[in-house]
Design a protein around this ligand. Structure first.
Ligand SMILES: Cc1cc2nc3c(=O)[nH]c(=O)nc-3n(C[C@H](O)[C@H](O)[C@H](O)COP(=O)(O)OP(=O)(O)OC[C@H]3O[C@@H](n4cnc5c(N)ncnc54)[C@H](O)[C@@H]3O)c2cc1C
Length: 391
């Protein structure tokens, strides 16, 4: 087995792993990124698309956002639609910041294109050892089938919810906080121009729907469905007719544009946090440590916020030997994680009918009327939605 050495071993080339790699590189810290999937798979994976101001600023400061600035859509508000009536939340007016629409896979493509350091795709049999020592090791088999090991000072577990990093921590160390929801999102990507300039979050007795977009010609839309929903029972026409019904409004001039569906999937909804987000020299970041329901559009942004904290702590440790930032990593990240968890749970609870219970429905409508009629309540939604400044 060949052994190599680096300062930081990064497991996973999603947004967390790739942004961390660029941050470390910009500060003169060596790292190696290992990714289980192929480059083409990672670059085509359709996921999030709403970037907070802080995420855009960070990518811009690293010189990674030229295409993003050329191609992004800047939004200054979102619409809440309920009782067939649309209400705009003017995000920028209320919270002073805008949001950016730019697909997560486009971010990933930009980060990979700009990376000239070590990054191995299609690795397998990844395992972590010596996590409580000062020289932990990542063992893996590379794309050519050669068994290799990487001796590190620190391992960053950026390998998502189903990765190996969190599972490598001994039993009993991490406390898991979890909430499952009785619904999931059926998401589609369609070749159709957006029917609205801004995102529409629609509450209807039939269920929640979200009208979103990825470009002037591509729409991204979601329907609330059951967690065990069978995609096969959703032919194109059923999807479009359900979207039309849930996005219906009193204004007869509004029409939903449709077109060929390019991609469809069902994603379960979950709130999940592990605490602490570190063990010995292993630091978990992004979905490896927490999952938020997508209603608040936060998963990617939270992953980026984590690795900013980790990069700052590592920079200080390498420069001065002071471990204070590393020791406080989990505590620092979890403050933001729980704020985002609460906001994502709150948006989810307000917008997803859970059945025929008239009490729940009345509470949701009351809350929707409140956030769309009180400037104070709308401001609270807006400042959470655009995101708080990075630590
Ligand atoms: C199916 C799905 C759909 C989503 N849709 C939305 C959405 O519509 N809106 C929204 O706001 N958010 C969405 N999210 C959330 C958002 O995409 C995530 O929060 C974000 O991807 C987190 O980034 P990450 O880098 O932490 O994890 P990931 O993006 O999951 O990256 C982890 C990487 O680690 C790799 N990996 C896993 N195991 C190993 C291993 N053993 N060795 C090496 N590499 C490994 C994976 O292949 C992956 O590339 C979605 C998430 C998922 C999973």
């Amino acid at each position: 087995m060949s052994e190599e050495r680096t300062q930081v071993g990064i497991v996973g080339a999603g947004p967390a792993g790739l942004v961390l790699a660029h941050l470390l590189r910009s500060r003169g810290i060596d790292c190696v990124v290992l990714e289980r999937q192929s480059r083409s798979y990672v670059e085509a994976r359709i996921r999030a698309g709403v970037l907070e101001h802080g995420t855009v600023d960070l990518l811009t400061s690293l010189g990674l956002a030229d295409r993003l600035h050329r191609e992004r859509m800047v939004h200054h508000g979102i619409e809440l639609l309920f009782e067939r009536s649309a209400h705009r939340i003017p995000l920028t007016e209320l919270a002073g910041r805008e949001i950016t629409i730019y697909g997560q896979h486009e971010v990933v493509k930009d980060l990979i294109a700009a990376w000239d350091g070590p990054l191995e795709f299609s690795v397998s049999s990844v395992s972590l050892s010596g996590l409580s020592s000062s020289a932990p090791i990542v063992s893996y088999v590379d794309a050519a089938g050669t068994a290799r090991s990487l001796r590190c000072d620190v391992i960053a577990g950026c390998d998502g919810f189903h990765g190996v990093s969190r599972a490598s921590v001994p039993d009993g160390v991490l406390t898991v906080h979890q909430r499952d929801y009785p619904h999931a999102w059926l998401g589609i990507l369609a070749e159709a121009p957006p029917s609205s300039e801004e995102l529409i979050y629609a509450h209807s007795a039939r269920g929640f729907a979200l009208h979103s977009m990825r470009s002037p010609t591509v729409t991204r839309m979601y329907l609330q469905v059951r967690p065990d929903e069978d995609l096969a029972s959703w032919p194109d026409e059923r999807i479009w007719s359900e979207l039309r019904a849930r996005l219906d409004r009193a204004d007869p001039s509004w029409k939903l544009a449709d077109g060929p569906i390019l991609e469809r999937s069902v994603a379960a909804m979950r709130s999940f946090v592990v605490s602490p987000m570190q063990y010995g020299q292993l630091f978990l970041a992004g979905d490896a440590a927490h999952i938020v329901p997508p209603t608040g559009a936060k998963g990617l942004n939270l992953a980026v916020a984590d690795v900013k904290v980790l990069a700052d702590a590592l920079t200080s440790w390498y420069a001065t030997g002071d471990r204070a930032g590393l020791d406080a990593y989990s505590e620092t990240c979890l403050r933001r994680v729980w704020r985002v968890q609460h906001f994502s749970w709150w948006m989810t609870s307000m917008l997803h009918p859970t059945g025929d219970d008239p009490f729940d429905l009345a509470l949701q409508l009351s809350q929707l009327r409140y956030v769309t009629s009180s400037r104070a309540a709308a401001t609270s939604l807006a400042e959470n939605y655009v995101g708080f400044p990075f630590p």
